[in-house]
Design a protein around this ligand. Structure first.
Ligand SMILES: [Cu+2]
Length: 72
């Protein structure tokens, strides 16, 4: 299992959080998603077949592009 934390500056309210969490949970392999308005971060855990490329393209498609990765 892999854990990543992304910076997603477009997060601005609870609706953004719900959209991001709902869309990402539909992606095969995603184990958990936690998005936060105050920090504009999305923390994810995933296994194959999900990978960072798929996650980032999905977020870009729904207008929440990833700006950076917070190294653990
Ligand atoms: Cu919003």
């Amino acid at each position: 299992m892999t854990t990543v934390t992304y910076i997603v500056p477009a997060i601005s309210c609870g609706h953004c959080i719900r959209t991001i969490e709902t869309e990402l949970k539909d992606l095969a392999g995603i184990q958990s998603v936690k998005a936060a308005v105050d920090t504009k971060k999305v923390e994810l855990t995933f296994d194959a077949p999900a990978d960072e490329e798929k996650i980032k393209s999905l977020l870009a498609e729904i207008e929440y592009p990833v700006q950076g990765l917070i190294a653990l």
